[in-house]
Design a protein around this ligand. Structure first.
Ligand SMILES: NC(=O)c1ccc[n+]([C@@H]2O[C@H](COP(=O)([O-])OP(=O)(O)OC[C@H]3O[C@@H](n4cnc5c(N)ncnc54)[C@H](O)[C@@H]3O)[C@@H](O)[C@H]2O)c1
Ligand SMILES: O=c1ccn([C@@H]2O[C@H](COP(=O)(O)OP(=O)(O)O[C@H]3O[C@H](CO)[C@@H](O)[C@H](O)[C@H]3O)[C@@H](O)[C@H]2O)c(=O)[nH]1
Length: 332
């Protein structure tokens, strides 16, 4: 039994590949390398990397059959909120049409289990905190909208083709692998923690705080930061859940259940790095909800998932270790 990982050369995908390999799984990666890195896959030994687009149905069917794949983990997507507002069709094409093409290949190859990278962005402006899976979903940007459309696609594909799926709604991924040389390298970087650490490395002058007039204790946005290796573990458990014969289309939040403001993240990073990390308040970023905190009780109850690296200082220190060792990222 082999697991095919789309987007396995990307940030969360590569950590999940490493986790699977370390647990004795046979893994194959399909990644167009549009934002991923060959080196991120090379770090996990003996994992074949096929460099093609998930919309190439013929190649996908061939790889699914050749490697006797039983489950797909699907990370491949575009995922920049701001870009999705500027260019929504790119997101509908790569995320929604891309997933439709992937499912077409899976149905042809009779591979009927998928674990999917969904997001807290499906909720939009949440009706209550912490957020539960059944809460209202009204995305505030095309990125979240495409992820929600894909979740709905799984529902209908279940009815029509018997596809079983688990959608994992991540909150804010951060941190890096504790031993292998893999970590976060997005070009350009838009995520808060790596940006803060680039300031500590002297690569940026300061961090911009996007708004300090939100209705939160210190006025800055609150997020639920979750270590990338805890996300990786959840994918391994979700595959197990499907292999145990679970049918249908389920969805789980993945977060620590505690929120930290942008200001608090900067303060923690100052302690971890020993750098003053200059910060300045700038205007709000369009589409940012004030607060996103997960209720991940269901992932614990159903998948048996318990995050292990829950302290924010530990998560920031893990990212800091990677950025110090790889100040220019993968350099590919
Ligand atoms: N980073 C986060 O905090 C976060 C939070 C919630 C959800 N997600 C979701 O998790 C997934 C992974 O995020 P990431 O931060 O690791 O992103 P990433 O950009 O590092 O990884 C995505 C990978 O998919 C590949 N890819 C994209 N389109 C492809 C295509 N058409 N065919 C083949 N390969 C393709 C890219 O080359 C890249 O390697 C995404 O689906 C994203 O929407 C991320
Ligand atoms: O230079 C920066 C960058 C970010 N922020 C703020 O920091 C917080 C976190 O931002 P970021 O790291 O960009 O993450 P999010 O926008 O919360 O989005 C992430 O988390 C979402 C789920 O919560 C996922 O859907 C997205 O894919 C993922 O990028 C937000 O309040 C931002 O406004 C700043 O103040 N300054």
């Amino acid at each position: 039994m082999t697991i095919l990982v789309t987007g396995g050369a990307g940030y969360i995908g590569s950590h999940t590949v490493a986790e699977l390999v370390q647990h004795g799984e046979s893994v194959v990666v399909v990644d167009s390398l549009q934002t991923g890195h060959r080196g991120a896959v090379l770090a996990s030994l003996n994992v074949p990397l096929y460099d093609f687009d998930i919309r190439d149905t013929a190649q996908m069917v061939d790889v699914l059959q050749r490697h006797a794949v039983d489950t797909v983990i699907h990370f491949a997507a575009n995922s920049l909120v701001g870009e999705s507002v500027q260019n929504p069709l790119k997101y509908y094409d790569n995320n929604v049409a891309g997933t439709a093409k992937l499912l077409e290949a899976m149905v042809q190859a009779n591979v009927l289990c998928i674990v999917f990278s969904s997001t807290a962005a499906v909720y939009g402006l949440p009706e209550r905190m912490p957020i539960r899976e059944a809460d209202r979903k009204l995305p505030t940007n095309p990125y979240g909208e495409t992820k929600l459309a894909i979740e709905r696609m799984f529902h209908w594909a279940n009815q029509a083709y018997g596809l079983s799926s688990v959608s994992l709604r991540y909150f804010n991924a951060a941190g890096a692998h504790p031993t292998l040389p893999i970590g976060e390298d997005h070009q350009p970087e838009s995520h808060l923690i790596p940006i803060i650490l680039q300031v500590a490395l002297g690569q940026r002058e300061k961090v911009n705080i996007f708004g300090d007039d939100y209705d939160t204790a210190d006025g800055t946005c609150i997020r639920d930061y979750i270590h990338v290796m805890d996300l990786a573990k959840a994918h391994r458990l979700a595959v197990q859940y499907l292999r145990n014969g679970e049918k249908g289309a389920s969805a789980f939040n993945l977060g620590n259940g505690s929120g930290f403001s942008v200001q608090e993240v900067i303060d923690v990073a100052r302690k971890v790095t020993g750098h003053p990390i200059p910060a300045q308040v700038s205007p709000r970023r369009a589409g940012d909800p004030p607060q996103l905190i997960a209720d991940a009780t269901e992932a614990h109850r159903v998948l048996g998932w318990t995050p292990e690296r829950t302290e924010l200082a530990e998560i920031v220190a893990s990212a800091w270790q990677w950025h110090q060792a790889h100040p220019q990222g993968y350099q590919d």
